[in-house]
Design a protein around this ligand. Structure first.
Ligand SMILES: [Zn+2]
Length: 325
């Protein structure tokens, strides 16, 4: 059963599909109404409708999947994100060039020693990182051609996921197959990655995202557990957003690649700011908040998000933790 609530009688907008109960019922909630937010959400709703129409047309034709994915990708790219947080990208790029001008890495930003963020369009919307020869997260299915080109001259030994969601595992199978490298994720997300269990949470929003950006099931050859090490980074189990969510933490320079424990950009609206991931995309909000507190206890100096620009101001994290219910 679908329950609709309307903040204003003149507009019908879906802001968030929240699962209620355990029978697949959802509550579509409109909240925090303002003209700007309404306009942003109207654009998002139009994108969803347009995306659904592309999928529907594709189902009735013999269009190759890649062509459909490209159309959907361009739909997302049309709504560019703005970046106003921490240092501007050009500054990072010039730092990168000064430290390491190797041409094969010019399509990436250097974040710290041995840590690179791959460029994407819109910038920072869906992030992937390279630590030494390990790719952390694999964006959406449609990003595979771009990622393969960006990584063409870079040695790769592993794709390691922060968690199994469509915008992090989307291109994983293509990259692993093309580069002949294994895939790693936490043991609690292995079943979802291998297609033996659904990606959670299950609601309208996540199903649309999975259709638009999710990659095929793929075997996990390296199963991660809390305390493991990947390219000098410690694997820390931070469940909540998914049961098998992990962050990768480097002790000496305190770099944390945090996936979706937190975000510094709203993945739907592109608005920059530190905050929790939307509830509709998170399996267990309470557990996710415990993981946010756990992250803060590691006192990270550089925080790399799945969505949003890198944050080098830990006080923002401390303030957010203090505000958590
Ligand atoms: Zn994500």
């Amino acid at each position: 059963m679908w329950v609709l609530t309307f903040a204003r009688p003149v507009c019908i907008l879906v802001l968030e599909a929240r699962p209620v109960g355990t029978d697949g019922e959802h509550l579509l909630v409109a909240s925090g109404w303002s003209p700007l937010r309404a306009a942003a959400m109207a654009l998002f709703a139009l994108s969803v409708v347009e995306g659904a129409l592309i999928l529907r047309r594709a189902e009735r034709s013999t269009q190759p999947l890649e062509q459909v994915a490209e159309k959907l990708q361009s739909l997302l790219v049309r709504r560019k994100g703005r970046s106003t947080m921490t240092e501007p990208i050009n500054q990072t790029r010039s730092t990168a060039n000064a430290v390491d001008s190797s041409p094969e890495k010019l399509d990436m930003q250097r974040i710290a020693h041995h840590v690179w963020q791959l460029n994407s369009n819109p910038p920072n919307r869906v992030n992937t990182y390279l630590i030494e020869d390990v790719l952390v997260d694999a964006s959406t299915r449609g990003a595979a051609p771009r990622l393969l080109i960006q990584l063409a001259n870079v040695p790769l030994s592993l794709v390691a996921l922060t968690h199994c969601h469509p915008d992090h595992q989307g291109a994983a199978s293509q990259i692993c197959e093309t580069r002949h490298i294994p895939l790693a994720c936490h043991e609690a997300d292995v079943a979802a990655m291998e297609g033996r269990a659904p990606m959670l949470p299950r609601n309208l929003l996540t199903r649309v995202i999975e259709r638009v950006g999710g990659g095929p099931a793929y075997p996990v050859q390296r199963i991660l557990r809390d305390g493991d090490e990947i390219a000098g980074f410690r694997v820390i189990h931070t469940p909540g957003h998914t049961a098998g969510h992990v962050i990768y933490f480097h002790e000496s320079d305190r770099v944390a690649i945090v996936g979706d424990v937190l975000r510094s950009m709203n993945p739907f609206t592109g608005k920059v700011g530190l905050g929790e991931m939307p509830g509709a995309l998170t399996v267990d909000r309470e557990e996710s908040r415990r993981s946010i507190r756990k992250l803060a206890q590691f006192r990270p100096a550089i925080i790399c998000f799945g969505h949003g620009p890198v944050l080098r101001d830990r006080e923002q994290l401390d303030r957010l933790v203090a505000r958590l219910p």
